[in-house]
Design a protein around this ligand. Sequence first.
Ligand SMILES: Nc1ncnc2c1ncn2[C@@H]1O[C@H](COP(=O)(O)OP(=O)(O)OP(=O)(O)O)[C@@H](O)[C@H]1O
Length: 522
Amino acid sequence: MKLLDIMKPWIGNKQIKNGLNENSNVHSLTIDDINWSSSMIEVMNDEGNKTGEVTKELLLYLLKVTAMWMLGDIMDKFQEAVIAIDLEGRIFYVNRAYSRILGVATRNIIGRKIQQIEPEAEILKVIDTKLPIIKKNQYIKTLDKYVSVHIFPIEQDGELKAVASIFRDSTTLVKLGQEVENANEIAMSYRRQMEAQNDLGKLKIIGNSPSFLRTVSQAIIVAKTEATVLIKGENGVGKEEIAKVIYSHSERKDRPMIMVNCAAIPENLIESELFGYEGGSFTGAKSGGKMGKFELANGGTLFLDEIGDMPLAMQSKLLRVLENREIEKIGRQKNIPVDIRMIAASNQPLDILIKEKKFRQDLYFRLNIVEIEVPSLRDRREDIGLLANYFLQKYNKKYGKSIVLSQEVLSFLYSYSWPGNVRELQNCMEYAGIMCFEDTFKLIHLPPHMKESIGLTVEKENEFDYGNGTLKEAVEAFEKKVILSAISACEDNRSKAMKLLGLSRRTFYRKLNDYSIHSGGK
Ligand SMILES: Nc1ncnc2c1ncn2[C@@H]1O[C@H](COP(=O)(O)OP(=O)(O)OP(=O)(O)O)[C@@H](O)[C@H]1O
């Protein structure tokens, strides 16, 4: 390999004076032949004949200059920006990518001190520390760009001479990464929704609306933790169902879940119900004592429904349990340690109860570690059809029927305000399951309060004229009316009316005869 051939692209065919013979062929200096111990280096032609001489210093200088040109040209091809500063911070080298990424011309940078351009520049730190810095995806505010930087000291014979920095514009990469992350997030949320849907299938809880699926996803996520959860939502929205989702997805699913409806326990019994008592601790106490719900739930989960109805004195006790994780059993000297995962639910706005001093704020904060809101049925009307059909099938099975929803009822269900939420819808379907003896569930089969809401007349019991006769006459008149309305509700289908009334064939026909009820219910 010819050494000067390497230099050729940079120094061209110019003959180098000052040490090289006028006639020497600079292309013919062969690396392998150089005798570096000599102060003069011989230059040969291609045939191997000596054509001249060059001093070692000059050759070394040429090599350095060439190397710099060469490297400079190579570094200008880099996508990465390169900058080098001396120990005073003066910039003595930048490549083309540097001026492109920073948007400044090289001539405006070379010779300037980096302190004037960027006083806080990381590169300055390396002058003091002599330690390299590697940073990925640093956001540069002034450029609105992300860069990955590698700053390193340049030392010669153990002495720091300069500091260089190579950095890459990683904005596209970072943005791509962010997009991938977003895509992952979306995929995750779809996955969670899918899981939620599968779980709904297993749990027999119905709903496909985004807001309901979000609630279920939240429940599944929080289930894996030990956090106390407060479930909020109107009456009958399915708070208890969500509590079951949390329980069935938690680590404690194999241990008991004890449910307490705080509104259903009389105030004077709530303490003994929750905390239990030792035998003989008060008059009327069972001799063997009683385990409270907390003790029963030990190691498992306690679901306190309607927490807003808990008396204030009990709230203080509950707060103590949550803080100390031990219960004070009535009549017992020593507290009992408990390990309980708490889930509470309320359909009352606790913030208002707090303002009215009916609910302790400190207890609220203790319970409300994670809050889950179950949306009202009004706010997820997409679920109405699904739920209605689910309940109708359930009650069809229970009452041996095969009723289907009519379009008019379905439209009504979608437009109704559902103050009682899912429970009201469930009751409506059960009512139809009992009262409808046709194949189609029509408006007339809706429960009375719903019929009234759309102006359908409802026969009221107290509108019945019992007359002034004997009790027997009044009972007979009433019986006739009930039979007639059953026949009418079943559109003159007597077998259905018979079933609706719960009468045997013989009794039914005897009564038709007794009351002279003939065709068409007349
Ligand atoms: N998504 C659902 N899928 C199927 N059934 C549901 C769903 N949500 C609620 N239900 C049913 O509706 C009824 C009321 O639900 P739940 O008791 O969970 O409501 P809640 O909000 O706890 O009521 P409350 O405010 O009275 O305590 C229950 O019979 C329950 O099984």
